[in-house]
Write a protein that binds this ligand. Sequence first.
Ligand SMILES: Cc1ncc(COP(=O)(O)O)c(C=O)c1O
Length: 441
Amino acid sequence: MTDPAIAVAPRSADELLRLRRAHLNPTLSVAYREPLKIVRGEGVWLYDENGQGYLDLVNNVCHVGHCHPRVVRAGAEQMARLNTNTRYLHDNLVEYALRLTATLPAPLSVVFLTNSGTEANDLALRLARAHTRARGVIVVDHAYHGHSPSMVELSPYKFNGCGGEGQADHVAVVPMPDAWRGEIRDAADAGPRYGAMLESAIGELHARGHRPAAFYCESLLGCGGQIILPDGYLREAYARVRAAGGLCLADEVQVGFGRVGDALWAFERQGVVPDLLTLGKPIGNGHPLGAVVTTPEVAASFVTGMEYFNTFGGNPVSCAIGLAVLEVIRDEGLQDNAARVGAFLLDGLREIQSRHPGIGQVRGRGLFIGAEFVTDPETRAPDSARVRAVVEAMKARHVLLSTDGPDDNVLKIKPPVVFSRANAQEFLEKLDAALGEIPLA
Ligand SMILES: Cc1ncc(COP(=O)(O)O)c(C=O)c1O
């Protein structure tokens, strides 16, 4: 290795924790009872300070693999040449908009680049309000759309969670379209029936003096617990929102860029085209980047005389990185890999489910998978204690996982999409052993 550009003396994990508590945002959390100090990443592996490798099944940001050499080179070369802002013409910016929109159905053809998913969702709200001249927003229960004040207001996961201040007047919440645990379950027409619930949310907004500007919905629910939208949900929901004059937003901050395997964009299988698509996390493989893609009509409504300038958004370095990510997904066939390895993982998890009581449902699309733990398969009562114990037991076996869902009882699986069949096999064997160690109480 060449001389490092910066010299940072390594500190012990205990000292880092103590200094974080004293000098950093006191609400920062750390994963695991005994936190990990991770110092290096490569592909699907993270390495701690002692060089121990951990198989990463939870990082959907480093989408094409940690520190992918092509992405790193694209960023480093552009950083060494130039980094400015959108007030100068630059090929990278226009090329990125062209390549991104080439993957999307018409009329999604206008791109706004931001620095995060929150910023993308925030800007999308401004676009929706400018276009509809309305203020109301409908969101799905337990959703998370970002950390800014306006996005906390649109995130039941936050405003109804610890420290939350409750639902704002301009917000209406629809139930999660959970066809396994929700109020409409095990029904072939769950999608349209959940979609029809948008009607009462629209009515609620009207009763409070608001018209809907937008319906925000993830194309698969992340914080909701790795929920796959039932067929027909978005078609029904979008029809109702549009009839009431609102726009429809697909938040693909977690699930875009081929993770679902059978499509590049997760909304595609629902047979809809959103008016606003928001992107983040995987878009820059860890580099801060986000985007809103919308229609020329919606974009035109934003032209009011006020400039939208974003100092870092759309800079040549970010665009170079975004371009490299798109190229790696295409050249390495990663969407297809997500489909193949995802199917193998789902089969393996279902086989494990058949031998270990307490896994109520295994669900997923591509490499976005959830296994829902229950204490009793009949009542489907959530078992968060066991899934948390499994996460710790897997960490001891050097496999990184996490949990999600309103009851925090869903094992979430969303590895970088370079995850191989051999990686999947290793995970399944270790999960089988861990479950054997932590039997159903
Ligand atoms: C669905 C969804 N939308 C938006 C965000 C916010 O993105 P960011 O953390 O990049 O601001 C997140 C982050 O977890 C997310 O999961």
